[in-house]
Design a protein around this ligand. Sequence first.
Ligand SMILES: [Zn+2]
Length: 420
Amino acid sequence: MSNKLIVLMLDGVSADYLLTESGRLPHLSALSKRGFQIDRLHAEVCGTSLPGRVSMLTGAKADVSGVYGNKIWDGASFRYATPYDVRVPTIPGRAKAAGKTVAVMGFGMVRLEDADIYMPPWWVGTFIQRARDAAPIPSEQGWLKIIQHQNHHPHFVSTMQAAGLPVTLPQMPAATPGERFLFGIASDQAMFNWVGALAASQDGPDLIFAEVLVTDTLQHYSGYKSEQAHWSVQYVDSLVGLVVERLRLAGKVDEYNIAVMSDHGHSPIDQALRPEVIIPNATFCSEGSMLHVVPKDADELAQIEAALAPFGVTRYTSAHVPADFRKQVVTFAAPPRTSFEHEQENPERLPLMKPNAVSSHGLKPGEPGDDRFAIFAGPDVPPGKIGEADAVQIAPTFATLLGLGTSDFMAPPVFATAQA
Ligand SMILES: [Zn+2]
């Protein structure tokens, strides 16, 4: 057993995309060919980014992990979830407690204390602070702590100096949208360069978690399978190749298991409902096609339900909300190919508009568009392929590959290790 693992998360690459466009993705295809593929890895509820990450990290369902949306209700308001909202142990935390070395290269939702080498996600400042809302929501203390972290870890610094790589994110302007986009894709590339160089180093970390974001952004605003989206998925496929090639150059391909997957899928959206027009006085927060509402009383809930009904919006269970807030947070789901949005200007106060995000996720649970791909390859991964798996099976699979116990996870791993 190598007991070493690299986890690479490619944001928003759907199961359907990989199943229909693998010809564009030679590096993922090569990993799949020598490894194990899950065709349809179902999304967490909700199928949005922070729940997707936390599910990978914990193996717990959202009502137990505490992160059921990008924003969660804290009893007073909806605010962005932070790594310090995760209520159960994470894979990096478990690995570190077991004496393993852990590196986190920009993977959201891991606490600083759960890694030896920690590079904050490049998007924390932009995505979390500016948000996608008309009125910015201030960063929570948990994210501020992470933004302020400077990675000066001696092994990281000496490794990058030896590899001829920088030790900071690209130093470039990020004032205009174009500059910010370029900073984002250069930062995604920097993270995967660091992953490859760390894994190729002497005494490389036992566990490395990393992620790239560009695929999600471009699909949202250019469209599912748009030319821009195709470019973005091919770009991150080449970044996966960069990691593997750095391992190969160092003769360490057989030293690491690699897991590559997404946090959720993506699929076309035709129309966007505007809750600020339909239920203007309610306290609400949207997650893709799902809407969380905190009504003041039964009368207000009845009014909200009646106002949403003409748009095909129906009540959905709040079983994904932790028990301590489940009675307060009422969940609604939009019809197919419809999302909730409230960040665009809406001077005419239209209840239904063309969507800003023409491809999205966080659909009504069970919709196949939210399914994502997952591929495992490496010395301890048995070759194989399965049609589907549940989100909760991923963390115990990581635990198996790391040689950690799996008995306290709620679901079994996807496979037994090759030599086990
Ligand atoms: Zn995402």
